[in-house]
Design a protein around this ligand. Structure first.
Ligand code: ADP
Ligand code: MG
Length: 458
């Protein structure tokens, strides 16, 4: 097994314990620079990454690597700023006896397919890999219709639903299908943040004309997670014109969001009203049968066979969303292959249990309450009551944000945990933190600290 493969495997494990934004910010373009006499050196992009990784994940990374390459007898880890591909100094080589492991197609084990930062369409996201159930039937039907006649029906198509339920997969499937039929189609797929960032960059560099040209001349525009337009006035204005330019000339627009257009706060009404001009469809959580069907399909794709009782066990245990289902399956396959064991129910239970404890779950609402009140020095009453001084409002909003993002609670559910607060209050709170996080480095640090406590494995 070479260092690249080892690092890929390690990243696969680390990805599970690091929050997604942190993972993509700090672990992107990292690699094993060198392994030498018990010291492993990790190449990173910049000195911020060194600080962050040293502070929060040093031990974790070291432990993970110790487990993966016991023969290297690692005792120390260092980070070093270096451009990717500068890994020249491979002193440590694994003994040949480990060569069986080479066969493992690690890329298939650890699927990175759901990374949102790929500018082009991901060919994995096709209709034939998309399982249809009652939870997404309408969204699927509307997507097929749009794929067969882009710009004619359902313009815009607006797909909304919770995280990990298949929105990105579905809209990229539309793009892929249209592109397959007509390879000349001009398509842009962009997460909303990219649209916003590019726009701001275009203003700063006085290249707004170029920006306009780029976005207003496509045949198909896919903007993912449009709720991030919230509060961004200038970008909303620009998107309004982009929308009109495309719509007036019958070019297809497809948007996704975590909520329906009218529920996106601080969004101009001329936009939210346009978003419902075409077709608005939601995707809900899959039911038990669909979860099982999805697992079976994913097993097929990954060339793994799991007994029905195991599929059923997984479908029953993992209920939140498809991304988690797939994550669990990837982990299981990786374990089975690395350890060369048969997938029996006790084995699977153990793998899931290990993961749960690793992730710090039974992560519970009350544990999170405990950590947050401890961190900000507040009592439970203070955080639950309705006083609106700055000292309590901020921690309260962080609490909402964490319950939403780490436990996947719905807004009404969080409202109930917070002494019956209204779900719009919760939505506002979560969004405030989401927005602030983009710019506020101190808040990023705060949340990294909190997550570190939340997911500390001991
Ligand atoms: P969202 O954009 O709603 O957060 P994604 O589209 O990223 O969710 O889906 C998360 C993962 O789950 C992806 O790997 C996707 O392929 C998979 N997935 C979601 N729904 C389905 C489905 N109905 N059939 C097959 N795979 C699915
Ligand atoms: Mg998505």
């Amino acid at each position: 097994m070479d260092l690249t493969t080892i690092w890929k495997t390690a990243l696969g494990e680390l990805e599970i314990v690091v929050s997604k934004p942190n993972f993509s910010t700090w672990f992107k373009e990292t690699f094993i620079f060198q392994v030498d006499r018990g010291l492993v050196v990790i190449g990173v992009r910049n000195s911020f990454a060194i600080d962050w990784l040293t502070k929060y994940y040093k031990e974790h990374i070291l432990k993970t690597l110790q487990k993966l390459i016991p023969d290297a007898e690692l005792t120390e880890i260092k980070f070093k700023v270096s451009p990717p591909n500068s890994q020249t100094n491979i002193i440590f080589e694994l003994p040949k006896t480990n060569s069986e492991i080479e066969e493992i197609k690690i890329n298939e084990i650890i699927s990175h397919s759901d990374r949102p930062d790929n500018p082009i369409l991901n060919s994995k996201y096709s209709f034939d890999k998309f399982i249809v159930g009652t939870h997404n039937r309408l969204a699927h039907a509307a997507s097929l219709a749009v794929a067969s006649e882009p710009g004619k029906r359902h313009n815009p198509l607006f797909v909304y639903g919770g995280v990990g339920l298949g929105k990105t997969h579905l809209i990229q499937a539309i793009g892929n299908e249209i592109l397959a039929k007509n390879p000349k189609t001009q398509i842009i797929y962009a997460p909303c943040e990219r649209f916003a960032n590019e726009f701001i960059h275009a203003i700063q560099t006085k290249r707004t004309e170029e920006f306009k040209k780029k976005y207003r001349n496509v045949d198909l525009l896919l903007i993912d997670d449009i709720q991030f337009l919230s509060g961004k006035e200038g970008t909303q204005e620009e998107f309004f014109h982009t929308f009109n330019a495309l719509h007036q000339t019958n070019r297809q627009i497809i948007l996704t969001s975590d909520r329906m257009p009218q529920a996106i706060p601080e969004l101009e009404s001329r936009l939210s009203s346009r978003f419902i001009w075409g077709m608005v469809v939601d995707i809900k959580s899959p039911d038990l049968e669909t979860r099982a069907a999805i697992l079976k399909q994913k097993c097929l794709e990954k060339g793994t066979k799991l007994d029905d009782n195991i599929i059923e066990f997984l479908a029953q245990t993992i209920q939140n969303n498809v991304r988690e289902l797939e994550g669990a399956l990837n982990r299981i396959i990786a374990h089975l292959e690395l350890e060369r064991i048969e997938p029996t129910l006790p084995v699977i239970r153990q793998i899931l249990a290990d993961h749960q404890s690793q992730k710090g779950s039974g992560l519970t609402c009350s544990k999170i309450f405990g950590i947050i009140t401890g961190y900000y020095g507040l009592s439970n009453e203070e955080i639950l009551n309705s006083r609106r001084t700055k000292e309590v409002v901020h921690p309260r909003q962080v609490l909402m944000y964490i319950l939403r993002h780490e436990l996947g609670y719905s807004y009404p559910q969080i409202g109930r945990e917070l002494a019956g607060k209204d779900h719009t209050t919760i939505m506002h709170g979560v969004l405030k933190i989401e927005k602030e996080l983009i710019r506020n480095a101190q808040l990023q640090q705060e949340l990294a600290d909190l997550k570190d406590q939340i997911y500390r494995p001991y």
